[in-house]
Write a protein that binds this ligand. Structure first.
Ligand SMILES: Cc1ncc(COP(=O)(O)O)c(C=O)c1O
Length: 477
């Protein structure tokens, strides 16, 4: 009989616990083999010179936890399968063991065929491939203070699910006031639904307002973020050309359920939709019972002329879903955007938010409401407008200086990027050779794309980098 376990009657650990620990350890290290018969409680108690009840208590625990099992009439044995093994995560089956193709994705899932990845910035290169905010200029100290304040002032109730999936009231009040003063949007806080960026807004538009197979009018060229959502939902995209005044009304068709537009600063051309064209678009929607989705993603950044009022403010009797975001005016990782919807649609968007992800994080909403309420957003936007306006000027000057008539800058003085058509060939090859990162507009087109057309982001680059980048691009190889 193997009973050679050491117990210490002076230890603070109870004797039954010492016996349990010793047996468990010996079983796991293999000193006691699986299936091996263990001594009876009486035998072990005698060998260890302890009360039988003490051994019984240790055995009971080992039996309960699955280290031992008792068979009536024949004794107690070490289990063949031990609980600690069951607790170990099994090695994940190799992908080849069960091909993923055996799991059939839904049509929606099958349409998600690509991951998004920014082209990495290579060392020594000048990157015009970003049209995101210059995060170095974001007032992080103020934001940190407001987040900490929100955290300090938060009650425990703020840690539970929000009762307002549509966004906390103080933030919706601030957003309604902000879009009224900056964008001439007309709405009440009840029409505002706070979402996780415009991307969620556009996803909800597709889900709530269309059926798979529906036709939707889509700007051509247009924003890939929206296009991928519409394609995943199985919508038929009807390409609508962009001319000098905006989306071509004759291309919208009669059957389109909705038209997706970026009227303040068309992506990627940079053109603003003229007032007559806006009115025509609304009239088209009225005639055909269509919905207009207005993506107003970076309209704060206009560098000449008066700001253009939003389409939403012009539409009385046409449903316009206005999508706004804090990604461009603050920072993308905030993941807060909003829709402003006709009153009768607010409940649908609110319910979609609840079943989708409940609500946007409360603490960030509290901090954001203060950021707006204390005027920090307006001040930050004013500062950034001056900075980006200047950087755009530096870029356009450099293009004129180095390319003259061979580089046509499209669009208005607005936004964080400029679309440029080059009359010289081999721009892409030259860019690679000279370590300048630029983005072709080809992926933004449905159908054939023009050659030598590029989108140059300037918002994250200083003056010197912009000038140097364009000089490199123009240098004869
Ligand atoms: C046309 C357009 N809409 C919306 C967005 C912002 O998306 P989100 O609010 O989801 O960050 C972008 C960002 O690049 C954009 O280009």
């Amino acid at each position: 009989m193997r009973t050679a376990i050491a117990i210490d009657s002076r230890s603070a650990t109870p004797l039954h616990r010492q016996i349990y620990d010793a047996w468990r350890g010996d079983i796991l290290t293999g000193r006691f083999r699986r299936g091996e018969r263990v001594p009876s409680t009486r035998e072990l108690a005698a060998a260890l010179k302890v009360a039988r009840a003490t051994v019984a208590q240790a055995y009971e625990q080992l039996l309960a936890e699955g280290y031992l099992h008792a068979t009536r009439g024949s004794g107690t044995f070490v289990c063949r399968e031990l609980p600690d093994e069951l607790l170990q995560p099994k090695p994940v089956a190799r992908a080849s063991a069960k091909p993923a193709s055996q799991v059939k994705l839904s049509r929606f899932g099958a349409r998600l065929t690509e991951d998004f990845r920014y082209a990495p910035e290579s060392p020594g290169s000048i990157c015009f491939a970003r049209w995101t905010p210059d995060l170095e200029r974001f007032p992080l100290t103020i934001w940190r203070k407001l987040v900490l304040r929100a955290l300090r002032q938060a009650s425990r109730a703020n840690l539970g699910y929000s009762r307002e999936p549509q966004g906390i009231e103080s933030l919706r009040v601030e957003i309604a006031a902000y879009v009224a003063r900056s964008r001439a949007v007309r709405c009440t806080p009840e029409q505002v639904v706070v979402l996780s960026g415009s991307q969620q807004a556009l996803d909800f538009c597709a889900r709530l307002l269309t059926e798979p197979g529906d036709e939707v009018a889509f700007e051509n060229p247009g924003y890939l973020g929206t296009r991928r959502i519409f394609e995943a939902h199985g919508l038929k995209l009807r390409p609508a050309r962009i001319d000098n005044e905006g989306i071509a009304i004759r291309d919208l068709g009669r059957k389109s359920k909705l038209a997706y537009v970026t009227p303040s600063h068309q992506f990627p051309t940079g053109l603003a939709m003229s007032l007559p064209r806006r009115l025509e678009l609304l009239s088209w929607a009225r005639t055909h019972g269509a919905i207009v989705v207005e993506d107003d993603y970076d309209s704060e950044y206009r560098y000449s002329g008066p700001p253009l009022p939003a389409l939403q403010g012009l539409a009385d009797d046409v449903p316009v879903i206005y999508c706004g975001t804090f990604s461009k005016v603050m920072f993308p990782a905030l993941r807060i955007g909003y829709v402003i919807v006709p009153e009768q649609l607010a409940a649908a968007f609110r319910r979609a938010k609840w079943i989708n992800d409940r609500h946007t994080p409360t603490l960030e909403q509290l901090a954001l409401a203060e950021f707006l309420g204390e005027g920090h957003l307006d001040r930050h936007v004013r500062r950034m407008r001056r900075l980006y306006g200047h950087r755009r000027e530096v870029l356009v000057d450099a293009l004129t200086r180095h390319f003259g008539g061979d580089a046509a800058v499209c669009g208005d003085a607005a936004g964080m990027s400029v679309m440029v058509r080059f009359a010289v060939a081999d721009i892409a090859a030259n860019a690679t050779r000279k370590k300048v990162q630029i983005v072709s507009t080809a992926p933004y087109y449905l159908g054939k794309a023009p050659a030598n057309e590029f989108l140059l982001g300037f918002s994250t680059l200083g003056d010197r980098a912009i000038r140097e980048g364009i000089k490199r691009l123009a240098a004869v190889p």
